[in-house]
Design a protein around this ligand. Structure first.
Ligand code: AMP
Ligand code: ZN
Length: 112
C-alpha cells in the first residue's frame, strides 16, 4: 500500500522516533507548527478517525494510553493539544490515522 505512515512504521522512510509500543509509533512532525509537534499513529492502517470501529478501537485506546507517557517524556508539563484531522473539510493530508500532539508554548484559543 502506498501509505507514507505505513512506510515510516516499517522503517522504509526515516523518522525521528519519540515512542513505540506494540500498537503505536510516535515521531516528530517533519514540519513542526509548535515547538513540540509529535504524531502518533496506529501500527495498523486505519484511514482516519472516521475508520475507527469495534474491531480496531484497541489501537485508539492504546494510543490514548501512550499519549501521557509521550507528553511527559518530551516535557509538556504545561499542557498540550491533541488534534486529529479527519477528511477533506478538516484538511487531512495523510490518509493514515494520526494524532498530533502539539505544545511547548501557549496555544491559541481558536480551533478553527
Ligand atoms: P494532516 O494534515 O493532519 O494529515 O497531518 C499530516 C502531517 O504529517 C503534517 O503535519 C506533515 O507535516 C506530517 N508529515 C508528512 N510527511 C511526514 C514525514 N515524512 N515525517 C514526519 N511528518 C510528516
Ligand atoms: Zn498506512
Amino acid at each position: 500500500m502506498d501509505c507514507i505512515f505505513c512506510k515510516i512504521i516499517a522503517g522504509d522512510i526515516p523518522s525521528k522516533k519519540a515512542y513505540e509500543d506494540e500498537f503505536c509509533y510516535a515521531f516528530h512532525d517533519i514540519n513542526p507548527q509548535t515547538p513540540v509537534h509529535i504524531l502518533v499513529v496506529p501500527k495498523a492502517h486505519i484511514a482516519s478517525a472516521d475508520g475507527i470501529n469495534a474491531e480496531n478501537s484497541v489501537y485508539a485506546a492504546k494510543i490514548f494510553e501512550a499519549i501521557p507517557k509521550i507528553a511527559a517524556e518530551v516535557g509538556l508539563n504545561g499542557g498540550y493539544r491533541i488534534i486529529s484531522n479527519c477528511g477533506e473539510d478538516a484538511c487531512q493530508t495523510v490518509k493514515h490515522l494520526h494524532f498530533h500532539i502539539m505544545g511547548g508554548r501557549r496555544l491559541p484559543e481558536n480551533m478553527g
